[in-house]
Structures are given as C-alpha cells and as structure tokens.
Design a protein around this ligand. Structure first.
Ligand code: G3H
Length: 478
C-alpha cells in the first residue's frame, strides 16, 4: 500500500513485510484519513535487538551530548508544530488551538527534561560506613544512576505527542534506548514527532517506532524479554499489561473519575468556569477531566444554573474550526457514552440539556440529580457528559470519591484553606487541586494515581528517576 506511512527502524523509514496496513479513521468525517504499517512480530524482534545494542553506546555518550541532542529535537519539534497539529486535528479531532499547544508543550517538556537530566544525573551520593553501628570509617560508598536498558513507551490517543515525549525524553536523557508503540488514532502524529528526533541526529536503532494491531504485536511487545521498563498511559489495557509483564519497573496511568467537591462558601463563578474547563475541554477526553461534581445541596441550584449558562455558550462542531466540543475519538466510544446517558435517563437523572448526537459528535450534557445506582456515577465516560451528585455533608462527598476504583486527581472548592487541606488529606487520590480543576501540568509536577489509576509517579523528575537504577561502588580501605 503505497499511501501508508512507514514505520521507523534502524534510523530509517520502512514498509512492513506483512504487506498489511492499519486504517486510521478521522473521527469527524468517519472516513479513512491515513494508513500505517501493520508490523510483524519479527519486525518487533529486530527493533528490540537494535535497541539493545544502540543503548550500550548511548549510555556511554556524555550526558551533556545527550542533552544537546534532546534540545535539538525539541527545537525541531516546535518548528514543525503546524503539520503535526494538522495530524492531531485529523486523527483525534483535537481542537486546532489545543493541537498546536500540545506540540509546543511537548517541545518545552523535552528541553526541561534535558536540563533536569543534566542536573539530577550529574550528581551522585557519597556515604561513609561509620554512621552505622559497629562500623569503622573503612568503607566509602559512591552512588550514581544508571539506565535500565530498553524502555517501551505506549502513549494514549488523547495526547499522542505529549504523552510520548514525556516517556521518550526521560528515557533518552537517562541513557536508555526507546521503542515507541503509538496508539492507532494518533499514530501519524507520533510518526511525525519521531521524524523530529530523526532530524536531530540520534544514533541509529536508539529510537524505534512500530505501528500495528494490538492483537498482533501488543502482548508480544509488552511481554518481550528485551524490554527493561514499560511506561504506559491509557485505559484498562494497562491492568492486563501489569499482570503479564516481566519483573521490570512499570509506570502506568490508567484513567480516573476525578471528583469536584463544592462547599457552601465556594466562589460559584470560579467553580462554574473550572467545571467547564475541567469537564468539557477536549470534549472530556482527558484522564484528568472532572468526571463527577459533588455539590452541597444548598448551593447546587445556583451552581447548576451557572454551569448551564456556560454550557450553552460552548461551540460544538469540527476541530478545524477550533470548536470547544468536537467529535469523540471513535464510534464505539460514542456508543459507550450514549449507553451511559441512556442508563441515567432510565434511572431518572435530570437532563439540563437535550441529549443530541450526530455521528461521533455528542453535544455537551450536564446530568443533575445523579444517584449512586446510575452507571455515570462511577464509570468514566471520556466524553462531554458530566454528572452532578447533590450532597448534604462533606463526608458524603469524600465517601463517594473514595468508593471509586480510581484515584487519579480530585478538586475541592472552598474559601476555607484549613477545610480544603483536611479534605485533600481525606481524598484517596494522587493529587488534589484546591480551587482549580484537575490537571497533569505543569509537566514537571509529580503526577500519579492511586488504586486502578496507576502505578508509580510521573512528571519529568520522577520519570527520569523511574527510568534509572542506583548503582553503588564501595571502596574498602585497609
Ligand atoms: O489524559 C491524561 C492526561 O495526562 C491529562 O493531561 O491534565 O494536562 O490535560 P492534562
């Protein structure tokens, strides 16, 4: 298939020997937009073999040189923001401005990673033995951080570029090699991003990008004996990866059901603005989206009115026009969201707007008076549908939040900082935002989920640490 994008192996673009391709359907037109190679298991083996040998030389390349190449890649990526954003628009229907922001943010992330890397990897520790009982000062212990080997990076469709470079940057600065398996929707954006690393001049085989069907190469990649670390962002697949993976470090971020707890004294205009941003940006397709509002009954009517007024102003349509609400990523995703809406309807939720759908485009919908027996109270729609649960006590809100399988982020709105901190302590989530919607960024902040939301902690510094191991050398004095 001459039109299909090639995959990246040994510093060059190749066609798969399978002769097969995977189609990428544009969520807006619902027609095939691009095709990528359906790589084979043999091709994965080849990529792993090259990654292993390239890593050995890369680990010996001076840290400042590794950083220099990353800075170069960051600059090239930013120069190519327009064509990459165009791919994001066509593959994942991300609004035009947000698509550009994603690429620019990714360039900044790579540069920051290079800077952080030269500092934290340029330092080690020095310990002496006589601080531990029974020891004389006869042992000097030197520590440094060494790479793990081959890092497998699997980003999700919603930030295919940003959540790829958040894995690639830390892996490379720390001296690892990198195998990237992009999501199907977002694969072409990833291939363009990889081309920027190619143009920067990284050694052959150090970075590879294999595309294809999960059924053919998914398990094969994640269970491959050549992989020394997996960094995955996505959905439930992460749970099965963590069960099947070998004895290697895992970094997983698997979604959430971020709650927004609103107290009586909250600034309701601020809350409404954050519910719109947190609940509806990129049509709710963010792991950190607000996915349930838990509001005190006494201010619920006023808040719902304010949110309704803002929902009415959201622009619904194609990503090319930079609309706020754009088609969700696939038809099956739209069907899933619709299932949640229908369940809430049968069980008596109050519809603040009429439910409307055309193809993959779902109009924003606020569901009031949601009760715990409705699926939408617990499940993650990954769409522009937001449930409101009215609560009579703060404890009720905390209880709902903690009864979830997820524990990514949450937010609390109140003018009482003491209460906010106590609520934050009580919420079983990796992060709590006080008086703002949940968000992963800035990208150097620690980012982690409890329970089914993930394993480990991300953020630039934490990812570099996670992709290294401590090595010690002990000098024994006579
Ligand atoms: O979808 C998950 C992303 O990590 C969310 O990132 O909070 O920067 O939108 P964000």
């Amino acid at each position: 298939d001459g039109d299909a994008y090639k995959y990246y192996c040994d510093g060059e673009w190749r066609k798969s020997s399978s002769g097969k391709t995977v189609a990428i359907v544009n969520p807006t037109t619902r027609k095939t937009q691009y095709k990528v190679q359906a790589c084979t298991q043999e091709e994965v083996n080849k990529v792993m073999e090259l990654a292993k040998s390239a890593q050995k030389t890369w680990a010996k390349t001076p840290l400042w040189k590794r950083a220099e190449l990353l800075h170069k890649a960051a600059a090239i990526l930013k120069e190519h923001k327009a064509p990459i954003a165009e791919c994001l628009i066509k593959e994942i229907a991300k609004p035009a401005k947000d698509s550009v922001t994603e690429v620019v943010r990714s360039g900044d992330l790579i540069s920051y990673t290079a800077e952080e890397g030269v500092r934290i990897l340029g330092e080690g520790k020095f310990l002496v033995s006589d601080s531990f009982p029974g020891n004389e000062r006869t042992k000097y212990c030197l520590t440094s951080k060494i790479p793990l080997g081959v890092v497998l990076a699997i980003p999700p469709f919603n930030y295919p570029v940003n959540l790829a470079v958040s894995k690639i940057g830390p892996a490379l600065i720390a001296g690892n090699s990198l195998v990237l398996k992009p999501p199907t929707q977002g694969a072409v954006s990833c291939l363009h991003m990889v081309h920027c690393f190619h143009l920067a001049g990284f050694p052959k085989g150090l970075i590879s990008c294999v595309t294809g069907k999960g059924s053919e190469i998914g398990d094969f990649l994640t269970m491959h004996p050549g992989v020394n670390c997996i960094s995955f962002t996505g959905g439930d697949t992460g749970i099965s990866i963590s069960k099947k993976a070998g004895m290697i470090p895992l970094q997983m971020e698997l979604g959430g059901k971020d709650a927004c707890i609103v107290l009586e004294d909250a600034d309701l205009d601020l809350v409404a603005a954050n519910i719109i941003k947190g609940g509806f940006s990129y049509s709710g397709q963010r792991c950190t989206a607000i996915k349930v509002v838990l509001v005190m009954e006494s201010v619920a009517d006023a808040l719902v009115e304010k949110v309704k007024a803002r929902v009415a102003k959201l622009r619904v349509g194609p990503p090319e026009d930079d609309c706020d609400i754009t088609p969700v990523v696939t038809e099956s995703s739209a069907n899933f969201i619709e299932g949640l809406v229908m369940d809430a309807k049968e069980k008596g939720a109050t519809f603040c707007q009429q439910y409307k759908r055309e193809g993959n485009l779902i109009w924003p919908l606020l569901l009031d008076n949601v009760r715990p027996d409705m699926r939408i109270a617990w499940e993650e729609p990954f769409g522009p549908i937001l449930p409101v649960i009215r609560i009579n006590t703060v404890e009720e809100g905390i209880h709902h939040c903690n009864a979830s399988n997820f524990g990514l982020q949450g937010c609390v709105f109140t003018k009482d900082i003491n209460k906010a901190v106590l609520i934050s302590d009580a919420m079983e989530t990796g992060t709590v935002q006080i008086n703002s919607a949940p968000a992963r960024g800035p990208d150097h902040f620690p980012f982690q989920g409890l329970k089914d939301s993930g394993i480990g902690s991300q953020g630039i510094t934490n990812s570099i640490d996670m992709m290294t191991k401590v090595k010690t050398t002990v000098i024994n004095l006579p």
